[in-house]
Design a protein around this ligand. Structure first.
Ligand code: HEC
Length: 246
């Protein structure tokens, strides 16, 4: 309903030319929508594991402390050390990366950005689309290009899971128009498993963008319950006071 109204308003505004459709950073490419849920703790736990295993070789999350993560994600200290902390730090450390930024820049041509706030600057749909949009391109030094981040310096780090794909472009009036992906080699995961893997990862990136949101939501529920009880009490009190006056 709400999105229906928002959609109509947007359509109206577009009809009057006040806004142009914006697809975010991926120019002209419609982003794929992902449903994330930061109250889904098992999904956040899987996302944390995926992040540590596949992203932290290059990216840090310098605003996130391991012990905060463990508490929010309901992970014990033993689990934390055994499955998330490979670099042998201490639980109150932040998620730093071993690779010096200068080296990373020399190797890749662009420094891998810190990912603590990336979900807030790019949005979940962008991240979901970006991570699933690497395609074979022999003209690139990594052998891959990315549909939403043209000439991305980031290698296709998930190719063994996803498999590799080719992008099909058609000639349009304004240059090449993306038509779809075609699989080249199969990965170790099915398409559904890979989508789940990426959405857990994006869910986790959304959580680290604002770790307090878990508490904020819980507090919000108590505030609503309080308001309801308080409202009922006030109403009963008002009835009591005005009873004889009518
Ligand atoms: C081998 C090193 C490496 C690994 C591993 C890696 N990345 Fe990257 N990543 C990079 C580099 C380099 C860039 C900068 C790309 C550029 O600016 O062209 C980057 C950029 C990004 C960006 C920013 C894209 C943008 O729009 O600017 C995101 C988001 C990202 N990586 C997510 C991830 C995630 C999630 C993982 C784990 C699945 C991951 N990366 C693993 C090297 C890496």
């Amino acid at each position: 309903m709400r999105s229906g109204i928002a959609g109509s308003v947007l359509a109206l505004m577009m009809a009057f030319g006040s806004v142009a459709p914006v697809w975010g950073a991926g120019d002209g490419i419609a982003l794929e929508h992902v449903l994330t849920d930061v109250s889904n703790i098992p999904s956040l736990q899987r996302g944390a594991r995926n992040f540590v295993n596949y992203c932290m070789g290059c990216h840090s999350a310098q605003y996130v402390r391991y012990n905060r993560l463990a508490k929010d994600l309901q992970i014990s200290d033993e689990q934390l050390i055994a499955s998330l902390m490979f670099t042998g730090g201490k639980p109150h450390d932040t998620m730093q990366v071993a690779m010096p930024a200068a080296d990373a820049e020399r190797w890749f041509g662009a420094p891998p950005p810190d990912l603590s706030l990336i979900a807030r600057s790019r949005g979940a749909d962008y991240l979901y689309t970006f991570l699933r949009s690497f395609y074979v391109d022999d003209s690139r030094p990594t052998g891959f290009n990315n549909l939403v981040l043209e000439s991305a310096a980031m290698p296709n780090v998930l190719w063994q899971l996803q498999g590799t794909q080719r992008a099909v472009f058609a000639e349009g009036d304004h240059g090449a128009v993306f038509e779809g992906f075609e699989p080249v080699t199969a990965g170790s995961m099915s398409a559904e498993e890979f989508d789940q893997f990426v959405s857990d990862l994006v869910n986790f990136l959304g959580y680290i963008g604002e770790p307090a949101q878990l508490q904020r939501r819980q507090v919000g529920i108590w505030v609503l319950i309080f308001l309801l009880v308080f409202g009922l009490l006030s109403w009963a009190l008002k009835r009591e006071i005005w009873r004889d006056i009518k």
